[in-house]
Design a protein around this ligand. Structure first.
Ligand code: ADP
Ligand code: MG
Length: 466
């Protein structure tokens, strides 16, 4: 046996694997593997991270098995050596050490580690209805939309990298950013797009850091062809998360991967974000979305109802576009509510109905029991941070107060289920229905819980009728 046997064996394996997987996977998952040694018929290879190893195990076992057995014979085994994050809390680059994980001698020999869940593993999760087709062009967003289309056509290779998109609440940032992602995937389904809200990104990172899996966390993002980081302002002041994002940003940018970032303010206005990162945000192109003008609102209303197969008279559309001046998300909520009322009450959609529906919604804004008040009061009663109720945190101690808050929103405000959902991290109406049912069930099952809910009920009632 010569010194380079392992290299030869592995390159033969690669030739076989190359025919079995697509070019992108080959590049991402097989090229980084380094053959280390061969011992009898056990080939040891080095993989960059534990996450990487898990990914191979989950997706490519048959492919690996076939290659190894073809090259080294039927009893051949593959052993992984993993570079892991040493847990050193030092600054970048992250310190690494090599840990050998010997293959146990069980039958198939491909599972040197116990199966562990990669908790931060999330899929692209693009909303399929957020496309360019459904994103109505208007003066308020024309430039941003056009640049977005350019990015979608040639992701990573134009000078629009990163693409920074900023604008106020509910103006269409998420919709447009996801439209880019959806468009890329539609034309090149093999491309990996990761959409992530900055809060979620930060939580994933903190979890990864706790489990000493920072390297895996980074690698997860680095396998993407494009990343959409939504609401980057949520990273303000989060030093460690910013640092890791800085790393990911640099590496992706260097390898011509597309970076799309949304923000509620221009890069220069972001606070507590290191200057070196802010200056990188300015490398590409920044476009803003303004609050929707009257014409755009009208066009959005008409398109939306047309897609839903309903008809709405011009004067009603104009009335809505004029009356809801907060943002497009609220306008959609009112519109949905209007259509729902018409269906339930079997009334035609006219100005009278529109006025009725809007009156109710405005009453909600005027009553003292607002969504904010409910969230604040419930959070206090359950001793949790009110901000967590508005996020997608899935811990039980948060889920229950969140469901209780939704329950009270349904009882004490005039909001539609969809609008209630929007106030709790953008959930849809079915989640709200589920929350209402869970609260009812829990009240039957748990007397303490019921007492708590009843106490809160009295509190809200007294506030409504002082
Ligand atoms: P942001 O992320 O800026 O807060 P969103 O992207 O969530 O706003 O938009 C709020 C709602 O308004 C979404 O339902 C979105 O589909 C809709 N919307 C925004 N802009 C447009 C547009 N130009 N055409 C159609 N719908 C839009
Ligand atoms: Mg958004």
């Amino acid at each position: 046996m010569t010194e380079d046997d392992h290299k030869t064996a592995w390159s033969e394996c690669l030739e076989i694997i190359r025919n079995d997987v697509d070019a992108e996977s080959f590049k991402t998952w097989f090229q980084p593997i380094v053959p280390l040694r061969i011992n009898g018929d056990v080939l040891t290879v080095q993989v960059p991270s534990h996450f990487f190893y898990e990914w191979l195990e989950e997706h490519f076992i048959p492919v690996l098995k076939k290659a190894i057995k073809t090259v080294l014979g039927p009893t051949a085994k593959l052993e992984y050596s993993v570079i892991v994050d040493s847990g050193n809390k030092s600054h970048s680059p992250i310190a690494v050490s090599i840990v050998n994980k010997p293959t146990p001698s069980h039958a198939n020999g491909y599972s040197p580690f116990a199966k562990k869940q990669a908790t931060f593993l999330v899929e692209a999760r693009l909303n399929p209805s957020y496309t360019f087709e459904t994103f109505i062009e208007g003066d308020c967003n024309k430039l941003a939309r056009t640049f977005g289309q350019t990015v979608a056509k040639r992701p990573g290779v134009t000078s629009i990298n990163p693409f920074m998109l900023y604008g106020g609440v509910g103006v269409g940032k998420t919709h447009l950013a996801q439209a880019i992602g959806n468009d890329i995937v539609r034309h090149s389904p093999e491309r990996k797009i990761i959409y992530v809200d900055a809060n979620e990104f930060s939580n994933q990172f903190l979890n990864a850091a706790k489990d000493i899996k920072i390297e895996e966390f980074q690698n997860y993002y680095l396998q993407a062809d494009a990343i959409i980081l939504d609401d980057v302002q949520h990273l303000e002041g989060r030093e460690k998360t910013l640092e890791i994002f800085f790393n990911i940003f640099n590496q992706m940018h260097q390898s011509q991967k597309q970076i799309i970032i949304t923000s509620d303010k221009p890069a220069t206005m972001l606070k507590n974000i290191p200057e070196r990162l802010v200056s990188r945000f300015k490398w590409g192109l920044t476009a803003d979305i303004q609050e929707a003008d009257f014409e755009t609102k009208l066009a959005i209303i008409h398109t939306k109802v047309r897609n839903d197969g309903v008809d709405i008279p011009k004067d009603v559309a104009e009335y809505l576009a004029m009356s809801v001046d907060t943002n497009l998300r609220d306008m959609e909520g009112v519109l949905n509510s209007l259509v729902l009322h018409a269906t339930l009450l079997k009334r035609i959609i006219d100005l009278d109905l529109a006025r009725d529906v809007l009156k109710n919604i405005i009453k909600e804004i005027q009553t003292d029991v607002s969504v904010d008040y409910i969230q604040k009061t419930v959070a206090e009663a359950f001793q949790v941070d009110v901000e967590l109720l508005k996020q997608k945190v899935k811990k039980r101690e948060i889920v229950i107060p969140r469901q209780v808050s939704m329950y009270f929103c349904k009882r004490f405000t005039q909001l539609t289920l969809a609008l209630i959902g929007q106030n709790f991290g953008g959930r849809d109406h079915s989640t709200v229905i589920h929350a209402l049912e869970s609260v009812e069930d829990l009240m039957k099952a748990d007397v303490n819980f019921r007492n708590k809910v009843e106490d809160l009920t009295r509190k809200f009632k007294s506030r409504m009728n002082p």
